[in-house]
Ligand binder design. Structure first.
Ligand code: HEC
Ligand code: HEC
Ligand code: HEC
Ligand code: HEC
Ligand code: HEC
Ligand code: HEC
Ligand code: HEC
Length: 385
């Protein structure tokens, strides 16, 4: 008796919830039944975990965030404290609490940083402090005032276009006739799900459910059948920098669409764009792309859960470059030639757009990203250890 009740409940919760993108979207849990291996490993991928709700009181536990404080000056600090319902950032002026907000939402899979937000009505507001996962430090959010606690910056929909699968946005007019964005709360789909890359899949799901004997994909764009520029655009929709804006939200970009038709699209002009989030333009500037026709998946396994070592990445280089005549590099670096092509040809660079202010100091920790402009860097004859 009890077990049959349980079964009924389980079946009810499995009935497809309506996807906020519309009926053409099946929702990512529907993919699990037929693509279990991919779905299982993708659950650990940075794309899938690049944003999430922290609504339950224990939601921050998996992020292993320490409590602590960030000191602006002797009068002003922000505390990070556990309180009822979750983790809070709390503003103190002269030792007195003046504001406390709960961490409601997180941006970042934690490869290097987390940004937090709280709901203010229908707006998501960025919290004063970010957390750096390698340095294990609470830092002032990039671009925030250096002397002052700031709770006043709304998270714009543009962040969500790259870090979530969907949100419905409304533009409202304020009293001083400015436009502000508000979100429809229930429409927000955190993380990057399968259909964000592969496009709407309800037809595909229904067809294969009704025709289990068919082993060839139907109603689904095949990545491999797309021309090179369209393959790159499928990733470039989120890896072409934050300046790129389209008139309609990029949420509905699907495989086969192109970015070049957007008036705001800017190709590589000879000057390196900021390394943050600009992998597409940088890759396109190098000969591996221009002559070698590399796409992003020549080197990246997209559903993978594991961090890939530089040695494995180097094998991908060697698959196209056997027996390169390295004449100018020092003998002691010869050993690197089979294990680390990356530090010499894709050096790590500091983003000029982002830096994180340290507690009790004006110092900044730079945000470092590898450049995707694969080239011979004359000043880099040696690899760093
Ligand atoms: C009822 C079974 C079923 C469900 C559910 C299903 N698929 Fe598929 N899918 C298939 C079959 C069969 C193929 C063809 C064989 C293969 O590539 O695995 C396929 C292939 C694919 C391909 C490869 C297309 C190609 O030609 O390269 C993609 C991408 C894909 N599915 C995405 C999805 C996504 C995203 C979802 C969830 C929204 C999903 N599928 C749900 C059965 C299903
Ligand atoms: C960040 C973009 C992205 C996301 C998110 C994504 N995929 Fe893919 N997927 C790709 C690319 C690119 C390929 C082509 C890879 C290749 O041909 O090696 C691919 C290939 C596939 C294929 C066919 C090749 C194969 O390995 O069988 C299936 C099936 C598939 N994806 C299903 C899924 C499912 C299910 C999810 C969610 C759990 C998902 N994908 C999420 C980008 C993505
Ligand atoms: C919907 C936006 C979006 C799309 C589409 C997208 N990415 Fe990403 N990608 C991101 C974001 C956001 C991050 C940062 C994740 C984090 O650490 O929070 C990221 C991180 C990455 C990383 C570093 C993390 C890791 O797993 O090693 C790689 C590599 C990457 N993307 C490759 C790709 C490739 C290849 C494609 C196309 C097949 C693609 N991305 C498509 C948004 C996107
Ligand atoms: C054009 C797409 C795009 C936009 C817009 C964007 N990001 Fe990102 N973001 C990325 C990509 C790609 C990465 C990872 C690699 C990199 O920095 O190039 C990333 C990295 C991050 C990380 C670090 C993730 C980690 O795992 O360490 C955080 C936090 C973050 N973004 C927050 C934000 C916030 C907040 C906004 C809005 C103010 C925003 N992003 C806007 C694409 C974007
Ligand atoms: C799909 C094949 C392919 C892959 C993968 C590939 N390349 Fe290339 N690369 C080429 C081709 C083709 C050229 C142009 C001809 C040449 O210089 O060999 C090139 C050019 C280069 C150049 C010369 C650039 C210049 O401006 O003179 C360097 C350096 C280079 N690649 C390094 C790498 C490294 C490092 C990797 C791995 C991170 C890599 N390549 C991955 C195909 C590839
Ligand atoms: C020739 C090989 C190669 C190609 C092609 C390539 N990448 Fe990468 N990518 C790498 C390597 C190597 C790293 C560094 C991994 C590390 O340091 O652990 C990397 C790192 C990244 C990161 C993380 C950035 C960081 O510094 O943490 C993102 C995001 C990314 N790639 C996106 C892309 C996208 C999008 C494309 C296609 C436009 C692409 N990559 C094409 C080799 C490649
Ligand atoms: C210690 C730094 C260093 C390492 C490690 C390194 N390279 Fe180079 N690479 C250079 C320099 C410097 C040049 C240009 C001068 C020369 O000929 O030595 C170069 C040139 C090249 C070229 C262009 C050659 C041409 O014909 O114009 C390619 C392709 C290349 N490297 C690929 C690789 C690959 C693949 C790996 C890993 C297997 C690798 N490199 C490892 C520093 C390095």
């Amino acid at each position: 008796m009890l077990s049959s009740i349980v079964i009924v409940i389980v079946q009810c919760t499995q009935i497809k919830e309506k996807d906020s993108r519309g009926a053409a979207y099946a929702g990512s849990t529907t993919c699990n039944s037929c693509h279990k291996n991919i779905a299982d490993s993708y659950a650990h991928n940075a794309h899938f975990n690049t944003s999430g709700f922290l609504t339950s009181a224990t939601a921050t536990d998996s992020l292993t965030l320490p409590i602590g404080e960030f000191v602006f000056n002797e009068k002003t600090k922000v505390g990070i404290e556990k309180r009822k319902g979750g983790l809070y950032q709390i503003a103190y002026i002269n030792g007195k609490e003046v504001k406390a907000e709960r961490l409601d939402f997180v941006f970042g899979a934690g490869l290097s940083a987390y940004t937090f937000a709280f709901w203010y009505g229908k707006k998501l507001m960025q919290m004063p402090l970010n957390y750096l996962t390698k340095e294990h430090q609470w830092v002032n959010s990039p671009g925030f005032p250096a002397e002052q606690i700031y709770f006043g910056r709304p998270i714009i929909a543009r962040c969500l276009e790259c870090h979530t699968s969907y949100v419905d946005k409304k533009l409202i007019q304020t009293n001083d006739l400015k436009e502000e964005e508000e979100f429809v709360k229930g429409s927000l789909i955190a993380g990057i799900d399968c259909e964000r890359c592969h496009g709407p899949a309800t037809k595909h799901v229904e067809f294969h459910q009704q025709n289990p004997e068919v082993k060839e994909a139907t109603h689904m764009v095949s990545y491999q059948s797309l021309p090179l520029s369209r393959r790159i655009d499928m990733c470039g929709v989120c890896h072409s920098g934050i300046e790129l804006q389209s008139l309609t939200p990029t949420f509905f970009f699907k495989p086969g669409d192109t970015l070049r038709s957007l008036p705001q699209y800017s190709a590589f002009t000879g000057k390196d764009p900021d390394v943050h989030g600009n992998q597409k333009q940088l890759l396109e500037a190098g000969l591996c792309y221009i002559i070698g026709k590399t796409d992003c998946i020549s080197c990246h396994e997209i559903h993978n859960e594991n961090k890939v070592s530089l040695k494995i990445y180097s094998q991908k280089c060697i698959s196209c470059h056997q027996n390169v005549a390295h004449t100018k590099i020092e003998e002691k670096d010869n050993a690197l030639l089979s294990t680390n092509c990356i530090d010499c040809h894709m050096p790590v660079k500091e983003s000029s757009a982002i830096g994180f202010q340290v507690s009790n100091s004006k110092d900044k920790i730079p945000y470092k990203v590898r450049t995707h402009r694969i080239a011979v860097y004359k000043d880099l004859l040696k690899a760093e250890k």
